[in-house]
Design a protein around this ligand. Structure first.
Ligand SMILES: C=C(O[C@@H]1C=C(C(=O)O)C=C[C@H]1O)C(=O)O
Length: 280
């Protein structure tokens, strides 16, 4: 029987997925986070890099690979709240239906501040939605990275990725991962590679993913170059964006995940991970 994978195809997983050779007997489909979350829970795929919050919510039936994640410590650049008033004054925020993780994170960050604006689903470009009466717009992924750069860019010799302003064109951009870091001092884990406890991936697939990740991280400038052209962004931006991710679910990432789980899904079942390479 074929083992079916479901990959979220955002640029941030390119260093793992671009060089991945699927072993015989494994097939893959791609989609946005909420599609892959649903596909895994419906049993339409056997493994997927899903929104970490869905892994937490379904910790009773799911397990995650022990050494794969999409995490950051500090800014992520692609999970952004675009807003036209200070956070404390926001009344109506447009959410994207593509994302489970960023919505859960935004809810935690608003609750921590004692804020409760109206949250509604609405798709489209942040700048357009801000003109249509929303005072905040949450966007993720490649389009959020592009819109962030359009608002706060361009890079110059004096202005690097870490010193760009947080506003431009009358819009402030709050990077939710950076906000999480300010609040907790922890990394933020956006995605883990999860599967049903009774349907773990064949070891050849996990090994192929490790080889592909080594290849991708070892040739990050090439990966960035390919995707920069596709995204219409400078290579410098994409290379820094990719370099900034933590792909190995290390101890600090697990702490961040645990902290988020306690805040976002109180009473969740214990989180289960497979054995790390060399363990057991
Ligand atoms: C950081 C990102 O991570 C992704 C965001 C997700 C979500 O918001 O549900 C899910 C998986 C991640 O790979 C991003 O795409 O901007």
């Amino acid at each position: 029987m074929t083992y079916r994978a479901g990959w979220i195809h955002f640029t941030n997983v390119a260093p793992i997925l671009d060089s991945l050779d699927l072993p015989p007997g494994v097939s893959a489909i791609t989609g946005v986070p909420t599609q892959m979350n649903a596909a895994l829970l419906a049993g339409e795929v056997d493994i997927a890099n899903i929104s970490a919050v869905e892994f937490i919510r379904h910790a009773d039936i799911l397990e995650a690979l022990p050494d794969f994640s999409v995490s950051v410590l500090g800014p992520v650049y692609s999970v952004n709240l675009f807003h036209t008033r200070p956070l404390a004054d926001l009344r109506r925020i447009a959410l994207t239906a593509q994302s489970a993780m960023s919505v859960a994170l935004l809810e935690v960050l608003l609750r921590e501040r004692g804020l409760s604006p109206v949250l509604e689903r609405a798709e489209g470009e942040a700048e357009e939605l801000l003109q249509q009466g929303y005072d905040g717009v949450l966007r993720i992924g490649d389009s959020a990275l592009r819109e962030w750069y359009r608002v706060v860019g361009p890079l110059t010799n004096e202005r690097t990725m870490t010193t760009l302003p947080d506003s431009g064109r009358g819009i402030t951009v709050t990077d939710l991962a950076e906000d999480w870091f300010r609040l907790t001092g922890h990394p933020f884990v956006f995605a883990v590679w999860a599967y049903r406890k009774n349907r773990p991936p064949p070891p050849e697939l996990v090994q192929a993913m490790r080889v592909a990740r080594r290849e991708g991280i070892g040739h990050l400038a090439d990966v960035a170059g390919r995707h920069a052209a596709k995204l219409g962004l400078p290579e410098r931006v994409v290379q820094h964006y990719l370099w900034n991710f933590r792909y190995h679910l290390e101890a600090p990432d697990r702490l961040g995940l645990k902290e988020f789980a306690a805040k976002a899904v109180p009473g969740h079942a214990p989180l289960c991970f497979g054995q790390r390479p060399g363990e057991g």
